[in-house]
Design a protein around this ligand. Structure first.
Ligand SMILES: [Mn+2]
Length: 231
């Protein structure tokens, strides 16, 4: 089976619980649609777990992008960050990055390098074909969309910041799967639940807002949830 999850935001316990719930096994695949880090309690542990699994495919989210960029700049041991990077660092720390930065700095040099190497390989989009259809995967996006525009044409910034228009059908013959926008902000009726409409599947169930983590199975359309337990 092929599963998708998004916006884990450091909820390591809940992420493991969900994997258990779907009985995730070596022959399955899990696509993680970005925003793995920041906000929640254990972002580095989530990354380190994902790194060990060959059947987990990470896509880049805006939080992962900021984390990677700024931690990489720090790691390179430069004397200081540029004024622009200082501003970005401050904004990121205030937007949930502090927990990621702290846990990252507690690691050994080698562990830090492994994580940054891993994050540099994150995909920008995915396309998965299963029995009942084709699924296009991205963290957010697709900014400056046109149905004929090839996915590889999009700049990363068009795929990780821009929330889709959920009233619009993007692809007539494909389903667009995205995170980034918590479903209760799309429609209050979907609070804590996966949103499915207009050839969209929106899977950020608002873990970072104390709601839930959700997983969607591409083959069956089945949805699985775990409540966030605030500590
Ligand atoms: Mn996001």
């Amino acid at each position: 089976m092929n599963y998708v999850i998004s916006d884990i935001h450091g909820y390591y316990k809940e992420y493991l619980e969900l994997l258990k719930k779907i009985k995730f096994k070596d022959s399955d695949n899990l696509y993680v649609l970005g925003d793995i880090v920041d906000k929640g309690p254990e972002p580095v542990k989530v990354l380190q777990d994902m790194m060990l699994r060959v059947n987990v495919f990470p896509l880049l989210g805006n939080h992962d992008y900021s984390a990677m960029k700024l931690l990489l700049a720090k790691q390179k041991g430069r004397d200081g960050l540029s004024a622009e990077e200082q501003m970005e660092l401050k904004a990121w720390m205030q937007d949930g990055g502090a927990v990621t930065a702290k846990q990252f700095m507690e690691l050994s040099e080698e562990e830090r390098e492994d994580i940054l190497d891993y994050m540099e390989e994150f995909l920008l989009y995915g396309e998965v074909k299963v029995g009942r259809g084709v699924y296009v995967l991205a963290h957010a996006g697709l900014d400056n969309f046109s149905p004929d525009r090839p996915l590889e044409d999009y700049h990363y910034s068009e795929l990780i910041y821009h929330q889709p228009d959920y009233n619009r059908v993007y692809f007539k013959d494909k389903i667009l799967v995205t995170g980034h926008r918590p479903t209760f902000k799309i429609d209050e009726q979907y609070r804590g639940m996966i949103f499915e409409k207009n050839n969209h599947v929106a899977i950020d169930c608002g873990a970072a807002y104390g709601e839930r983590l959700g997983v969607y199975c591409l083959e069956t359309g089945k949805k699985y949830y775990v409540d966030i337990q605030e500590c």
